[in-house]
Design a protein around this ligand. Structure first.
Ligand code: PBG
Length: 327
């Protein structure tokens, strides 16, 4: 049928008509909230490039986690900022390390909250790279053993899901094997599978103090122009034992999210990264954008593209708006 018999505007006339044929709905169930944990006590440091985001000390987590839980958000992901960094990132797998303690507190405070941990070395190495170095190169295979130690230490602390974000080849398989051998067959893996070398991570590196001290991450993170390569990365991670696969960042990579969705029947997560958050915050503060509407539009689009789960610094705001029915 064509115009004038068919008029698409008929079904857009009122809010209730629009509600009835809405294809995509963002739900609080889709959200994962990232948290930066820092050594020390009574610390709540604002991150200048990410208004509304803080580095929290472990004692400050209790209140925060209760709020998140009360908002109905099902999961958090922890990033740690250690007191000491070294060449090998050894604080990353210390049993009393920052993330390990945060996980314990989370499990004591809100046992039902799903606790995810970021498994990477960049916050823990003195050089800021995601693996250990051989000369000026990141040594893939030597890094794998350290990553599996990190994952086991997180699982031992009580993490429900570990999320390797380092982009070393073979890490999902090595971590799965190590978890299983240590009795953590129930610990799931959310793999940062298609993680691009993106400039949108800038504000995160301020929040997590994880900028590389020389060079960049182009030899291990994916080249932004590639989409088919993302399918190979996802395929490898699934074969190696990933339970959830991720595309990151989200907004400039909606096509990749869709491609992954159409090619695999695994849960797909998308990371609405720091730079995507900061752009909206900055424009809203200037009065150039309506924050709530833009955030809902962006996150709904990420879901429409095919993501089942969205990691976002807006999670608490969205949970509140959904509760208030203001969307
Ligand atoms: C650690 C890691 C990064 C992010 C998540 N895990 C930074 C990076 O790869 O440099 C970025 C998240 C964000 O920008 O919000 N490797």
């Amino acid at each position: 049928m064509r115009y004038p018999e068919y008029r698409p505007r008929r079904m857009r006339r009122t809010e209730n008509l629009r509600r009835m044929i809405r294809e995509t709905r963002l739900s609080v169930d889709d959200l994962i909230y990232p948290i930066f944990v820092i050594e020390g006590e009574n610390i709540k440091n604002p991150v200048p490039s990410m208004p509304g985001v803080f580095q929290l000390s472990v004692d400050k987590l209790v209140e925060e986690l209760k709020e998140i839980s009360n908002l109905g958000i099902p999961a958090v992901i922890f990033f740690g900022i250690p007191a000491e960094k070294d060449e090998r990132g050894s604080e990353a797998y210390a049993q009393s390390g920052i993330v390990q303690r945060a996980v314990k507190v989370a499990k004591e405070t809100c046992p039902d909250l799903v606790v995810i941990t970021d498994v990477c070395l960049c916050e823990y190495t003195s050089h800021g790279h995601c693996g250990i170095l051989k000369g000026r190169e990141v040594d893939n295979d030597a890094t794998l053993e350290i990553l599996s130690r990190v994952a086991i230490s997180h699982a031992r602390a009580g993490a429900d899901i570990v999320a390797p974000s380092d982009m070393m080849d073979g890490r999902v398989g090595v971590i799965r094997k190590a978890l299983d051998e240590n009795g953590f067959t129930h610990t799931a893996i959310m793999a940062y599978s298609a993680k691009y070398c993106s400039s949108f991570y800038g504000p995160f590196r301020e929040a997590a103090d994880s900028a590389p001290q020389f060079g960049d991450r182009r030899s291990y993170q994916m080249d932004p122009p590639n989409a088919l390569e993302a399918l190979r990365e996802v395929q490898l991670d699934i074969e190696e034992g990933a339970d959830i696969v991720m595309v990151k960042p989200a907004l400039a990579y909606l096509d990749v999210i869709r491609l992954v969705r159409e090619n695999f029947d695994y849960p797909v997560a998308a990371y609405n990264v720091s730079g995507e958050y900061s752009m909206i915050k900055a424009a809203s503060q200037k009065g150039w954008l309506d924050e709530r509407r833009v955030v809902m539009e962006v996150l709904t689009s990420i879901k429409r593209a095919g993501a089942d789960l969205i990691l976002t610094y807006f999670a608490k705001d969205v949970a509140r708006w959904l509760k208030e029915g203001k969307v």
